[in-house]
Design a protein around this ligand. Structure first.
Ligand code: ADP
Ligand code: ZN
Length: 627
């Protein structure tokens, strides 16, 4: 095949190199700005397409003789795949990190210093070493330092849990190479983090590009914990049989236990947390990326930089810290734009734990106040009766309309929950707590309180003579679940707090307002998780390995053959299959069944290099597939 013509416009580059027909959202504006020497701060949700925002300018500038782009990326473990994806697309890229031996590193440095390299990936701790800076000086003097891309830029901010000390030193890049454009990218949108990035990376003069944070293909559902394991299992079996996803838990212990239990239930699950040794962690991560249908059970230590496109669900078994974390974690689902689920089970204990963690932390009181405020916003989201998407986006300062009917609608839009007036119940609960005080001055936890309210004679009730209380049995009309919901709301709204080792309940000053009937409490009626009637709302859910497009039997046979071929190629190249081609590209090939290279090149995701490397094989595979 002859060399493709050198592309001039960014569009032509996008099509030639990546095989995509057009830019998405703000990509084009960002690319133009950076190609024209501008600095940029890019806020785009996960899956929005941040990589192309620096990769296309890097390629364009390299072709114009401007040399090498330096990509600062926090995760060494993921650089190999990122670089692999670029090389597959015919873009000369490399990484420098501790996984390379001396010879390999020397070769990469030679490629960099010669200016032949288009993109170089390195971790911040390397970029800021004197040795590396000296190399950058040399490139800069020769006009071969094309741009800096700072990925996962929120790592510079102390506000999130991804904070990395090394990122702070990156301001040196601006001080030293003021004329080299810098583009910082993050999917963390809150204003505090944004301001922090601007300040610490000295991006005051950079243009800010804020994309919509809506993820229309993600369906949000938050259910009340009843039996969390059974609920999770039902969710996995009914909605995501054989599909890849992430289950987040708060503690390492719970991660281990949950993964082991899922395996016992016949679901392929792997644990991931910071307490596992590096070798095990990277093995598990690799399997998650490379094999089909693995469920990763993880703490928040897992997920940053994971660009697996077909994560079909993110489930939370414990409440995250705040809405930023929730959104970042759930955002890892559905990067490929196909339907995906964000599912969370939460209950009274979650509220109590999260509050306690803040209270017990050694941080300054002002910081704690901030954390409590953020937790409250998340609790309000969890307790909401209206559209979750609207609330999420509003939190990030974006106005939006409720989920359109049947388009990956959130649980509340799909099945608007009934509510009941729990004001009277709340007053009963609070007066019962005051009775405890008067009667022996003791404090009790939620379990005992509910027993007393419901008139249950337990050993503890007898021991404390609580059958004599005027509040004994005044709440027999409500179920235990309903009482838990009432207490959860009272805690979430700050009328009750929990104390000490036994989480005893203590009214706050505002509890008086509830007792006086000045506060109305509307609660969701605890319902079964709304079942999705599968066929209507979204596209029918695919069974394991099924294509993302509707295919006839012959098309299905072609899709299966293409997947088998891709598995082989991925193994030979030591890359995850999706880096060779996405499922969506294979499905389109199977559907359109192109019979020559020109027709094949029109499929999204087929760039010039991949066409040249794989085109003929693909045509052969298509021809040979029999349904
Ligand atoms: P982010 O880093 O913002 O999470 P990525 O850069 O990984 O997102 O892009 C998400 C997915 O969308 C990738 O699979 C990428 O190939 C695809 N993508 C990005 N931009 C485009 C585009 N303009 N056309 C088609 N696909 C795109
Ligand atoms: Zn909604």
């Amino acid at each position: 095949m002859s060399q493709p013509p050198r592309a001039a416009t960014p569009e032509a580059l996008l099509t030639e190199v990546f095989g995509y027909p057009s830019f998405r959202g703000q990509q084009r504006a960002i690319v133009d700005h950076v190609c024209g020497d501008g600095d940029a701060l890019v806020l785009m949700p996960t899956g929005g397409g941040k990589s192309l925002c620096y990769q296309v300018p890097a390629i364009a500038r390299h072709r114009a003789g401007r040399g090498v782009a330096i990509v600062v990326s926090p995760l060494i473990a993921l650089m190999h795949d990122q670089v692999g994806a670029l090389e597959e697309a015919g873009v000369h890229a490399a990484f420098l990190n501790s996984t390379l031996d001396g010879g390999e590193a020397a070769r990469v440095e030679r490629e960099m210093m010669s200016g032949r390299l288009v993109l170089l990936y390195a971790a911040p701790e390397r970029v800021t070493t004197p040795r590396f800076l000296a190399q950058l000086d040399s490139l800069h003097e020769r006009g071969l330092l094309s741009l800096f891309a700072i990925d996962e830029a929120h790592c510079v901010s102390q506000w999130g849990h991804d904070f990395r000390e090394d990122y702070l030193a990156l301001s040196v890049l601006h001080e030293r190479y003021a004329d080299v454009p810098r583009i910082a990218l993050t999917a963390t949108a809150d204003t505090l983090t944004r301001a922090d990035i601007t300040l610490r990376l000295q991006l005051q003069d950079a243009r800010l590009f804020v994309s919509s944070f809506d993820r229309p293909n993600i369906r949000y559902a938050i259910v009340e914990k009843d039996n969390a394991r059974a609920q999770l299992l039902r969710f996995l079996r009914d909605e995501h049989e054989g599909e890849a996803g992430i289950v987040y838990c708060q503690s390492r212990k719970k991660v281990e236990e949950t993964a082991a239990w899922l395996n016992g239930e016949g679901i392929a699950a792997l644990p991931y947390h910071a307490g596992l040794d590096t070798g095990v962690r990277s093995k598990h991560q690799d399997r998650f990326l490379r094999d089909d249908g693995i469920v990763m059970v993880a703490t928040i230590a897992f997920g940053m930089g994971i660009d697996k496109p077909d994560v079909r669900f993110v489930a939370h078994l414990d409440l995250p810290k705040n809405i930023e974390s929730y959104y970042q974690e759930t955002g890892r689902a559905g990067r490929d734009g196909l339907p995906a689920d964000a599912w969370m089970a939460y209950g009274l204990a979650d509220v109590v734990n999260q509050r306690r963690m803040i209270d017990d932390s050694p941080a300054e009181e002002e910081f704690k106040r901030g954390q409590r405020g953020k937790l409250d916003a998340l609790l309000a989201l969890a307790e909401a009766h209206d559209c979750r998407r609207v609330r999420l986006l509003a939190y990030f300062g974006e106005d939006s309309a409720p989920c359109a009917p049947y388009q990956n609608a959130c649980d509340n839009c799909l099945a608007p929950p009934a509510t009941w007036d729990a004001t009277e119940a709340a007053r009963k609960a609070l007066s019962c707590i005051y009775r405890f005080h008067q009667h022996g001055g003791q404090r009790f936890g939620a379990g005992h309180l509910i027993d007393v309210l419901r008139g249950k004679v337990t050993d503890k009730v007898t021991q404390h003579h609580h059958t004599h209380l005027s509040t004994f049995g005044i709440g027999a009309d409500l179920s235990e679940t309903q009482w838990r919901a009432v207490l959860r709301q009272l805690i979430a709204l700050g009328h009750l707090r929990t104390e000490g080792e036994y989480n005893t309940l203590e009214p706050t000053p505002s509890a008086r307002e509830v007792l006086r009937g000045e506060v109305t409490l509307l609660l969701r009626v605890a319902a079964e998780t709304p079942r999705r009637t599968r066929a209507k709302p979204a596209a029918p859910r695919a069974a394991k390995g099924a294509p993302p497009l509707a295919l006839d039997p012959a098309g299905l046979a072609r899709f299966a053959a293409l997947k088998a071929w891709r598995t082989e190629v991925a193994r030979e190249h030591n890359l995850p299959p999706y880096i060779v081609f996405h499922d969506t590209a294979l499905a389109e090939m199977a559907q359109r069944n192109p019979n020559d290279l020109v027709a094949l090149s029109e499929i999204s995701g087929v760039g010039a290099k991949k066409l040249e490397a794989y085109g003929r094989e693909i045509l052969r595979v298509l021809e040979g597939a029999v349904g």
